[in-house]
Design a protein around this ligand. Structure first.
Ligand SMILES: Cc1cc2nc3c(=O)[nH]c(=O)nc-3n(C[C@H](O)[C@H](O)[C@H](O)COP(=O)(O)OP(=O)(O)OC[C@H]3O[C@@H](n4cnc5c(N)ncnc54)[C@H](O)[C@@H]3O)c2cc1C
Length: 369
C-alpha cells in the first residue's frame, strides 16, 4: 500500500496501518519531514486524544479578538482550551511512530504520475494495491481520481520577535483592511517569538506586510501556504482515497485542518482495514464514514464561513460589542471548542436570540442544529 505525503495525515495513516500488520510505503517529496512548515500550530485537545501530546510548546487559554475599529473582545479563562505545537516536531514525531511500526518512508521522492495502480516518482516506478493521497492542497492523487477542490485561501505567515504579556493568549484581527474574507492572527510560539499570519481570498502577503507594519513587527522568516475551503468533489475512486487537505477536510471557520484531517484519517484506516480483511467489497465506506462524522461539522463550518464572508467591518464591530457582556462570554467559555465552532454559535444564539436581530444576520438555525 502506498501513502503519498508524509504530513500529519499521511504519517498517522502509515503508523496505524503498519501497526495493523500491512506493508506501507510513504512517498515524501521533501528531504526533511515537517519542513517547509506553514502552520500556526494551534491545536485542540481532540488532537492530543488521537496522537498523544507531541511537539507540545505551551497551552492556549485565551483569545483576544480585535475589531476593525480597535475595540476588543477577550474570551477564555484559566482553563487549557488548546495548545501550541512546533509543527516540525509534531510531524517528525508522527513519522518516527510510523517508522517504528514498520512503515518505509521514501524522502525526496515526488510522485509525478498515478495510473491504474502504477506510481511514477522522480526515483522509480512502483505498483500498489491501495493508494492514499495525503499530499496536501495540490494533491496528485486527487487529480488521479478526477476530483476538484472548490476554493483555496492564500495564507502568509511570519515568525517574529514578540514579547507577549500573556503567552497563553492568541490574538485574532478582523476586517477588510486586515484580511478580506478571513482574518489575521498572532500565535505566541514562546516568551520571545510568535507567528503572525493572514489568510485571505486576495493578496495575503500584501495584507501580512500591512498587519506587521501596524503591529510594528519585523519578519524573521516567511511561510506561505494555502487553505482549502470546501470539499473535493469526491474522496474515493476505485483503490484510491484522498484524506486531509487533499480532500478539503479543513474547518472553513478557522483554516485548521489537523484535527479534521486526523479524524478523517481514522475513517481511512478503518475502511482500508475492513477492505483488506475481506469485510467490505471496496473502499466506499471511507467517504460515508468521514461525511457522517466530522464531515457534519465541516459542513456547518462552511455555512458559517459563507455568512462570515459577507460581513462588513461595521458588522464585526457590532458583533464584538454585542458579545462583549459577561453572560455571553460565560457561554462562549463554557461551550467554545475550536474544532466544533457551530456548537458555541448555536448555544449563544439559543440563549440570546436577540443577538441575531441586533446584527441583522439571517441564520438558518436548522443548518447548525
Ligand atoms: C499559514 C497556515 C497556518 C495554519 N495553521 C494551522 C493551525 O494553527 N492549526 C491547524 O490545525 N491547522 C493549521 N493549518 C492547516 C494545516 O497546516 C493543514 O490542514 C495540515 O497541514 C494538513 O495536513 P495534511 O497531512 O493533510 O497535508 P500537509 O501537511 O500539506 O502534508 C502533505 C505532504 O505531502 C507532501 N507532498 C505533496 N505532494 C507530494 C507528491 N506529489 N509527492 C510526494 N509528496 C508530496 C508534502 O511535501 C507534505 O509533506 C494552517 C495552514 C496554513 C497554510
Amino acid at each position: 500500500m502506498a501513502v503519498v505525503g508524509a504530513g500529519p495525515v499521511g504519517n498517522y495513516i502509515a503508523r496505524q496501518l503498519s501497526a495493523a500488520g500491512y506493508g506501507v510505503v510513504v512517498f515524501e517529496e521533501h528531504g526533511d519531514i515537517g519542513n517547509p512548515s506553514h502552520c500556526g500550530g494551534l491545536l485542540s485537545y481532540h488532537v492530543e486524544e488521537i496522537v498523544g501530546k507531541i511537539g507540545f510548546l505551551h497551552y492556549a487559554k485565551r483569545a483576544k479578538i480585535h475589531a476593525p475599529d480597535g475595540s476588543t473582545l477577550e474570551i477564555g479563562n484559566d482553563e487549557n482550551r488548546a495548545y501550541v505545537v512546533s509543527r516540525v516536531e509534531f510531524d517528525r514525531e508522527l513519522a518516527r511512530m510510523a517508522i517504528n511500526k514498520g512503515a518505509d518512508i521514501h524522502l525526496k521522492e515526488r510522485v509525478r504520475i498515478i495510473d491504474n495502480g502504477k506510481i511514477v516518482t522522480n526515483a522509480g516506478e512502483y505498483r500498489a494495491g491501495i493508494i492514499v493521497g495525503a499530499d496536501g492542497i495540490n494533491s496528485v492523487v486527487r487529480k488521479a481520481i478526477g476530483a476538484r477542490l472548490p476554493d483555496i485561501l492564500g495564507a502568509a505567515q511570519a515568525m517574529v520577535k514578540y514579547r507577549s504579556d500573556v503567552v497563553e493568549r492568541v490574538e485574532i484581527f478582523l476586517g477588510k483592511n486586515v484580511a478580506p474574507g478571513f482574518f489575521g492572527w498572532i500565535i505566541p510560539y514562546d516568551e520571545n517569538f510568535a507567528k503572525v499570519g493572514v489568510a485571505s481570498y486576495e493578496k495575503s502577503y500584501w495584507y501580512l506586510k500591512s498587519l506587521l507594519r501596524k503591529l510594528n513587527l519585523k519578519p524573521l522568516a516567511l511561510q506561505f501556504g494555502g487553505i482549502p475551503i470546501g470539499f473535493a468533489s469526491r474522496s474515493q475512486w476505485k483503490n484510491m482515497i484522498i484524506v486531509g487537505d487533499a480532500a478539503g477536510q479543513v474547518k472553513a471557520t478557522s483554516g485548521g485542518g489537523i484535527y479534521t484531517g486526523l479524524r478523517s484519517a481514522r475513517c481511512a484506516v478503518e475502511s482500508i482495514d475492513s477492505y483488506l480483511a475481506g469485510m467490505n467489497a471496496d473502499l466506499s465506506g471511507y467517504e460515508s464514514c468521514w461525511k457522517g462524522t466530522i464531515g457534519k461539522e465541516l459542513k456547518k463550518a462552511l455555512y458559517l464561513h459563507r455568512i462570515y464572508r459577507k460581513m462588513r467591518d461595521e458588522d464585526f464591530v457590532k458583533i464584538v460589542r454585542v458579545l462583549n457582556d459577561p453572560d455571553t462570554i460565560k457561554i462562549i467559555n463554557e461551550y467554545g471548542d475550536i474544532d466544533y465552532p457551530s456548537r458555541v454559535v448555536w448555544k449563544v444564539i439559543r440563549k440570546k436570540p436577540s443577538i441575531l436581530k441586533n446584527l441583522g444576520i439571517i441564520l438558518k438555525l436548522s443548518t447548525l442544529a
